[in-house]
Design a protein around this ligand. Sequence first.
Ligand code: MBD
Ligand code: FE
Length: 295
Amino acid sequence: MTQTLDNTQNAGQAVDPTAHDSGNKATDKFKAERVTADTSQERASAIYKDLLAAIAKVAHDHQVTYDEYRVLKQWMIDVGEYGEWPLWLDVFVEHEIEEIHYNRLNYTGTKGSIEGPYYVENAPELPAVCEMPMRDQDREATSLIFKGQVTDIDGNGLGGAKVELWHADEEGYYSQFAPGIPEWNLRGTIVTDEEGRYEITTLQPAPYQIPADGPTGWFIDSYGGHPWRPAHLHLRVTHPGHRSITTQLYFRGGEWVETDVATAVKPELILDPQPDGNGNNVVEYGFALDADKEN
Ligand code: MBD
Ligand code: FE
């Protein structure tokens, strides 16, 4: 792992968000939740024992040196100081937890995917037919009309369901995590009509490069990887009495769809928007929610 930060690479780009800035914003947002888990001492003991055994195995299998151990220690300190634990964990670990969660609950509805570090709750409510909050510069991108229906798993429409949508702008920046963007830009809570339908006008997002100028970026450089995610929409769909779904949607043929750094693409989650003849892309995609049964 490289330990030095080469600031000269970013000369002249002072307005771009830095890894340090977006990382610390994501960390502050996460810390505010004060999360807890209902884990017994027996279960904690079993997990920690296996975790330490896995670390021991890697250390022995690769005959890890003292220098490498010290670099790891420094890197972990750096990840914390840059506020990048939400980023690093969501990119490299969350997809496993999401898969376990989905399988354990025997979901049969729409596939989930990872939440990532940039969800913010309580985005302003918008009607079923709406345009996402956007700036004039966002309107220069190709419009994407995203429409469909929220249903139960038998296909009955779910009126009053909430479709929370958040995504990056054409430059790959998320509001509230990059400077200078209106607070709720490209974030909204769409409320479905009586039949569960929605028709949302937004912009076609671009591929997304995770912050590469901090310790997550150095980590990726150290193994010769790339920091890209394919263009994506984030969604969280909720309705009282049904299980909520957190997922993402991608675009057929898009760059990085096959090699997402966050390993979060599933074939069921790939859209294929078509031009509507008026310069917009249109796509239909629905969400089926499982009934809310006990775990
Ligand atoms: C993102 O936008 C994202 O979706 C994930 C999973 C990680 C970092 C940034
Ligand atoms: Fe994202």
